[in-house]
Design a protein around this ligand. Structure first.
Ligand SMILES: [Fe+2]
Length: 281
């Protein structure tokens, strides 16, 4: 991929790239926008350093990529900016968001395409990194018989397992989202197939016995968590990470208790996951 307006430096061959030469606080021209989008499609997660963003500028950057998503739990949002999800852990925290491998809000009927996290405060002794995993790679490296087994299977993703269980949060009216999605999904832009199950939200595979579903999911989770599919991002204050939830999972390290880590997330709406047997669309 040739880039004219930005510089793209890969973190690992599998996933992740740092982007240089762009100020996200300013409106993006079409060429810069297209190149950032291309870099996201190529690398699944992209990182920017030393950005100074107000909530409005953060939201404006997100809106270039689509409508903004409002999280199904409203407790951690600031009321004047419902699209801003506050990501915070400190000495009072009993849990933190994203401690387990997951794709954001995969319990939604149309889970978000992307998430843009802007980090403001980090623990004094390091830590608080985020790990990302390439779910195309996870699918591609399954053996052909297991690929065939997984294609066409449907899994249930339940928000109650995360938000109601570990987080102990109350749902908004109508309960937490709970939806069925294909175990292998076709990416709507690249046409590539990605594994789409995660420990946080996925409860079981439809039509399988519990023992079968538990064993298959555990195998897929462990396979997806192969270190060679991953990168690990060391945040600094004012770093931004933008990941594609359709092709990547992530895991936030909580290795800094009782210190504080604070960031703000804007989330871009996505569409209903689908599976198409033929390769590219
Ligand atoms: Fe997350």
């Amino acid at each position: 991929m040739g880039y004219q307006t930005i510089e793209v430096r890969k973190l690992t061959p599998a996933i992740g790239a740092e982007i240089f030469g762009v100020d996200l606080a300013r409106p993006l021209g079409n060429q810069v926008f297209q190149e950032i989008h291309d870099a996201l499609m190529d690398n699944l997660v992209i990182f920017f350093r030393d950005q100074e963003l107000t909530h409005d500028q953060h939201k404006a950057f997100g809106r270039r990529f689509g409508e903004l998503h409002i999280h199904p739990t409203s407790i951690r949002t600031e009321s004047e900016h419902p699209e801003i999800l506050v990501i915070k852990a400190d000495e009072h925290s009993k849990f933190v968001a994203g401690e387990e491998w997951h794709s954001d809000v995969s319990c939604d009927p149309e889970p978000p395409m992307g998430s843009i996290l802007y980090m403001k405060q980090l623990p004094p002794e390091g830590g608080g990194n985020t790990l990302f995993a390439n779910m195309y790679r996870a699918y591609d490296t399954l053996s052909a018989p297991i690929q065939r087994l997984c294609e066409g299977l449907i899994a249930v993703h339940d928000g109650a397992q995360v938000y109601g269980g570990r987080f102990g949060q109350k749902p908004k009216e109508g309960g937490f989202p709970r939806n069925e999605h294909p175990v292998v999904r076709t990416h709507p832009v690249t046409g590539r197939k990605a594994l789409y199950v995660n420990r946080n939200f996925t409860t079981h595979i439809v039509g399988l016995r519990k023992s079968e579903s538990d064993a298959l999911l555990e195998m897929l989770y462990r396979h997806s968590e192969t270190p060679e599919f991953q990168c690990r991002f060391a945040w600094q204050p004012n770093s931004v990470a933008f990941w594609d939830n359709r092709a990547a999972m992530h895991h936030a390290m909580w290795d800094y208790f009782p210190h504080k880590r604070l960031g703000y997330r804007v989330t871009v709406k996505g569409d209903k996951p689908f599976y198409r047997a033929q390769g590219r669309i």
